[in-house]
Ligand binder design. Structure first.
Ligand code: PLP
Length: 387
């Protein structure tokens, strides 16, 4: 059944699964101890943190000691990039950072800060018109003084999936650490770190039906990072601060559910998403898919429309009861095309009219039917209004 309002922005965040809520509940009040305390309350909390770490490690195919808890995907990305860059500079004088220009701001702005304020040299890895990094481009640019290479597993804005195994293999052969931002990917793609071959990998729980405010960083043993948050000795001194026990427990439960039910959910997502891709292209003139048509996240549809203001489109859809997202950021009434869409070569006139529709576990066939019924009318009204 179609509800009155339809949430189609699961790439922005997801509702917490009821099983995750249940798992977290006791750790807010009954088992509330600080894992760093010596007494039994502390031990109980510490045991919960270590059980969660072991569980996440098992799912990601790594050692528990290779999992560092953080407060979100952004913090994981910061620790990965800054931690690897500072360590490489101190230990081998390496200053070169390689990232594609389509990374999430958590990576992009961090790399830019390292270059502008901390003496690093930032080079952008070119991407193709789908936003993918090509192996040859990485081969050609990687240098002995490359401190870190970071390439996202799947793009949040355009859904495109990168050939992470191949890119990781190139970095390994050149002895340069390779980080991947898997914050979007972890909700739908396998995250076995050995199969992927990555050295460092970021995840954040709220993208996979876990709570907001918690994330993790996988750091392969032998890869050293410089701590960016100092204080207590938590997380092997890499990330000081009292553990957020309930959220860590919730993240472990959420990743277990997500990875064990992955195929069922992906099948549901893909079925609905494919209807969105084909119906929008069939029913609406002057529209293009942004990102790769096939090598993309199963739940992710994204478009650019000629002659449409993306922000107006989101407001019109919201009024009609649908929650979607757009790539362009409206700054003081002066809309700017997104860096991602510009980097993949989409002209401003189209890039300003972007739309991201992401489905989730709660999305029904009726939701999509009604969305696909209303979207052509909304687009045509906005075009008439502006044209
Ligand atoms: N990286 C990617 C690819 C994302 O999509 C996001 C969130 O949208 C982040 C990083 C930041 O994650 P968080 O919201 O957990 O800080």
């Amino acid at each position: 059944m179609r509800s009155e309002t339809v949430y189609l922005d699961y790439a922005a965040t997801t509702p917490v699964d009821h099983r995750v809520l249940e798992a977290m509940h006791p750790y807010f009040s009954v088992s509330f101890g600080n894992p760093s305390s010596v007494h039994r309350w502390g031990q109980k909390a510490e045991a919960a943190v270590e059980r969660s770490r072991a569980h996440i490690a098992q799912i990601m195919g790594c050692l528990p000691s290779e999992i560092i808890f953080t407060s979100c995907g952004t913090e994981s990305d910061n620790l990965a990039l800054r931690g690897a860059a500072y360590h490489a500079l101190k230990n081998r004088g390496a200053k070169h950072i390689l990232i594609p220009p389509v990374e999430h701001h958590a990576i992009l702005h961090t790399a830019q800060d390292l270059a502008e304020n901390h003496g690093f040299e930032l080079e952008y890895l070119p991407v193709d018109s789908f936003g993918r990094v090509k192996a040859q481009e990485l081969e050609a640019r990687i240098r002995p003084d490359t401190a870190i290479v970071s390439v996202m597993y799947a793009n949040n804005e355009i859904g495109t999936i990168n050939p992470i195994q191949t890119l990781a293999q190139i970095c390994r052969s050149k002895h340069v650490p390779f980080h991947s931002d898997a914050v979007q990917a972890a909700s739908q793609l396998p995250i076995d770190v050995n199969a992927l071959g990555v050295d460092i990998l970021s995840i954040g729980a709220h993208k996979f039906y876990g709570p907001k405010g918690v994330g993790a960083l996988y750091v392969r043993s032998g890869i050293d990072l410089h701590a960016t948050q100092t204080g207590g000795s938590q997380e092997a001194t890499l990330r000081a601060g009292t553990h957020n026990v309930p959220l860590i427990v919730g993240m472990a439960k959420a990743i277990e559910i997500t990875q064990s039910e992955r195929e069922i959910h992906n099948h549901h997502f893909e079925h609905l998403r494919n209807q969105i891709l084909s119906s929008v292209q069939r029913e609406i003139p002057d529209v293009r898919i942004s990102g790769h048509p096939e090598i993309r996240l199963p739940n992710h549809a994204s478009f650019v429309f000629d002659g449409i203001d993306g922000n107006q489109l989101l407001v019109a859809l919201d009024i009609a009861g649908f929650g979607c997202s757009s790539g362009s950021a409206c700054k003081t009434g002066n809309p700017e095309p997104s860096e991602v869409l510009t980097a993949i070569g989409i002209e401003d006139g189209w890039a300003l009219g972007s739309l991201r529709v992401t489905v989730g576990r709660q999305t029904t066939q009726e939701d999509i039917d009604s969305f696909l019924q209303i979207l052509p009318t909304v687009i045509s009204k906005l075009r008439n209004l502006n044209g």
